[in-house]
Design a protein around this ligand. Structure first.
Ligand SMILES: [Zn+2]
Ligand SMILES: [Zn+2]
Length: 136
């Protein structure tokens, strides 16, 4: 497992450290988007700023993407291999109104939007709200 994680980090030009390995493992294990607070809860005694810096490094190197699902807390989820987080790689997210969990709908890419003259694309958050299978 550790070797697998180190490879994932190195593939994204991120030098593996104990902290980075742990944060990656947490995101991998949970298989859903987590907020900084939720990640912090997995640790006994780690500075929030350390976790934040780790997430920032991951995000800068396209290992994870951030999601603004409207709940007020930015959430983070692992990217697929080869993801560069541009418009073609973005997917829809699903926020469950009952459990508050946000899921990546990786099989649902963003619809192609043609912006009016003079507008340029930088980022998009496409969030569907409803009830997840666990809460049905
Ligand atoms: Zn749910
Ligand atoms: Zn996602």
């Amino acid at each position: 497992m550790k070797a697998d994680i180190d490879k994932k980090l190195r593939d994204r030009n991120i030098k593996p450290t104990a902290m980075r390995e742990l944060v990656y493992e947490i995101l991998y294990k949970h298989k859903k988007a987590l907020s900084l607070y939720e990640i912090e809860q997995q640790f006994d005694n780690v500075e929030r700023s350390t976790i934040f810096r780790t997430l920032k490094t991951f995000q800068d190197n396209y290992l994870i993407h951030s999601i603004d699902d409207g709940t007020g807390a930015v959430k983070y989820a692992l990217c697929d291999e080869g993801c560069t987080c541009d418009a073609d790689d973005l997917h829809i997210h699903f926020l469950c109104n009952k459990c508050g969990q946000t899921h990546c709908m990786k099989e649902m890419p963003l619809p192609q939007l043609k912006l009016p003259e003079g507008f340029s694309f930088e980022n998009a958050n496409y969030v569907i709200k409803g009830i997840c299978p666990n809460c049905q």
